[in-house]
Design a protein around this ligand. Structure first.
Ligand code: FES
Ligand code: FES
Length: 183
């Protein structure tokens, strides 16, 4: 029962109030601080748009129906399953994909590096979604505890790692953030 409640919380957290679909047109999205403008049908999902138009293939599509979290991106810092959003619905919103976390010279973010350092990556398919969901959590709450980390990642499925090293990776960044806070 508790798990069902947590799942409902997760589904609610990843639902956006968005406008009703319109016709096909040129869609302009600001992704990772860069403007992308492409013609696309009104039925194109954000996941399809990001992968196929600007070629941001870091996000993965697994289930295509909101169950696995592999396609997670940030919209205005909120983790969202991009397979459930139509691209034109998020024009004007700030979108962040996994490609947007590293710096211009290719240096990984502390969170990305933590996943590597903690052996949190096996096949890697789920990892962009895991990292982005964690990034969303850390932007809202730089020092989450174990429970908050687990809840934030409840909608992201990994078939390889057993989740423990993923949680350790996020926790290491949270601990570093806590140490960095001046007393
Ligand atoms: S592909 Fe979007 S949640 Fe699975
Ligand atoms: S590392 Fe393979 S699915 Fe997560």
């Amino acid at each position: 029962m508790r798990k069902m409640e947590q799942y409902d919380d997760y589904i609610t957290a990843r639902r956006l109030e968005l406008p009703v679909p319109g016709g096909s047109s040129t869609i302009t999205l600001r992704v990772n601080e860069v403007e992308h403008q492409h013609a696309a049908p009104a039925t194109e999902t954000l996941a399809q748009y990001l992968r196929n138009r600007p070629g941001l293939t870091g996000l993965k599509t697994g289930c295509g129906e909101g169950e696995c979290g592999a396609c997670t991106v940030l919209i205005d810092d909120q983790p969202v399953n991009s397979c459930l959003v139509l691209a034109f619905q998020v024009e004007g919103r700030r979108i962040t994909t996994i490609e947007g976390l590293e710096s211009a010279d290719g240096t990984l973010s502390a969170l990305q590096q933590a996943f590597i350092d903690h052996g949190a990556v096996q096949c890697g398919y789920c990892i962009p979604g895991m990292v982005i969901a964690s990034e969303g959590l850390l932007r809202r709450n730089p020092t989450p505890d174990d429970t908050e980390i687990r809840r934030a990642l409840a909608g992201n499925i990994c078939r390889c790692t057993g989740f423990l090293n993923i949680i350790k990776a996020v926790k290491s960044v949270a601990s570093a953030n806590a140490r960095a806070v001046p007393e």
